[in-house]
Design a protein around this ligand. Structure first.
Ligand code: NAD
Ligand code: ZN
Length: 345
């Protein structure tokens, strides 16, 4: 079941209803310049309550303590009290950071997340992970806290670039692969751009909610959401300093192909299933050869899911069924990247 605090549909009416049921002393909408111009304008005329707007610069580089300080300063100077509300209107950066800012301001004020990218709608919206980057470490400082309300409105997706939308779609594919073989089959039959986004978002949220429901703090089952992410993250990190950076989902797409190959190599997935998965992912994401194998391996060894210096990974037992804590060798990782490179050459 989709939890009660997640509303999918028209954001203005859900927001107005929530605001009229709760008596907030002050309301601040946190945006970046892109969600200010593309998203706030879609709802501002419909909100029946007074609010301030606080705008920060967009980008992962802004997801840090300095930006939090700016927001805390604004709230302090404008006499926000414990009965105030923060509304985070934006992608994963705004929702993660704004939620963190709200949860720590005066030991916690209420907050509503309105995710506006596909990635934030299908992934960051569920599971209560909030936080910021610190020094060079991603999401190093943060907490688990469920927002008071999450409103998911797919009308915001129309202003996203195709590259951004496609990147978020990697998580949709992941949700199908780990939990829903029928849905995976269904999405492979149409052009990815023709998806009914509201239906897709609902499906992904349902799957992620079910997975995190019994494992909020990632002791076990939640690890299956990391499918594609051990190698995908390592690729993303390795390429951060190179000329051609990957978007998160683009790296995860390659990671899912590599990790499906390892699932096949460990005699879990059939060759046929491997071909179907790789073929579909490549039909959505076209990419270049992967280089820097050694750096990728080094980064995979630093993955936080590892245990006792062993690389631990989540793998597919079949399409629609994923399990966690498989040990994987360096050689298997190398072979999987070679498999990917061969596929696209
Ligand atoms: N909390 C979680 O469980 C979780 C899960 C996955 C990712 N994340 C986090 O999410 C972040 C990535 O999220 P993201 O991809 O949404 O990045 P983002 O928030 O940086 O948004 C990507 C870009 O799109 C712009 N944008 C947002 N909505 C738009 C819209 N509707 N139209 C036009 N432009 C728009 C933003 O301004 C930004 O430039 C990372 O920091 C990651 O750590 C968190
Ligand atoms: Zn991801």
């Amino acid at each position: 079941m989709i939890p009660d605090h997640i509303m999918i549909g028209d954001s203005s009416s859900h927001l107005n209803r929530y605001l009229s049921e709760n008596n907030y002393s002050k309301i601040c909408i946190l945006v970046d310049e892109n969600t200010h111009s593309n998203c706030l304008k879609k709802i501002e005329g419909d909100i029946n309550f007074d609010y301030d707007i606080f705008k920060i610069d967009s980008g992962e580089e802004e997801k840090n303590l300095a930006t939090c300080s700016k927001v805390w300063n604004f709230l302090t100077e404008n006499l926000y009290d414990r009965k105030s509300l923060i509304i985070n209107l934006g992608g994963g950066v705004i929702c993660d950071m704004g939620g963190f800012v709200a949860s720590t301001f005066k030991r916690g004020v209420d907050f509503v997340n309105i995710p506006t990218t596909l990635l934030a709608q299908v992934d960051a919206s569920v599971g209560g992970k909030l936080g910021i980057d610190f020094n060079t470490y991603k999401n190093q400082i943060g907490i688990f806290k469920i927002p008071n309300l999450i409103i998911v409105d797919t009308k915001f997706l129309s202003s996203l670039s195709e590259r951004e939308l496609r990147s978020g779609y990697a998580e949709v594919i992941k949700h199908c692969l780990i939990k829903d073989a029928t849905k995976f089959k269904e999405i492979t039959k149409i052009n990815w751009k023709d998806n009914n986004w509201e239906e897709i978002v609902r499906h992904s949220i349902l799957i992620k909610s079910e997975v995190v429901e019994n494992d909020l703090t990632e002791e076990g089952l939640r690890k299956i959401l990391n499918f594609g992410h051990t190698i995908g993250h390592a690729i993303e990190t390795t390429y951060l300093e190179k000329k051609n950076k990957f978007f998160h989902g683009e790296a995860i797409a390659i990671g899912m192909i590599c990790e499906s190959y390892i699932s096949f190599h460990k005699k879990m997935l059939s060759e046929n299933e491997l071909n179907t998965i790789s073929g579909y992912i490549l039909s959505v994401f076209k990419s270049n050869k992967i280089e820097y194998h050694e750096e990728i391996l080094k980064n995979a060894k630093h993955d936080k899911k590892n245990f006792n210096k062993k690389i631990m990974i989540s793998l597919l037992e079949e399409v629609g069924k994923c399990n966690f804590d498989f040990e994987v060798s360096e050689d298997e990782i190398k072979k999987s990247i070679e498999y990917y490179n061969k596929l696209i050459s």
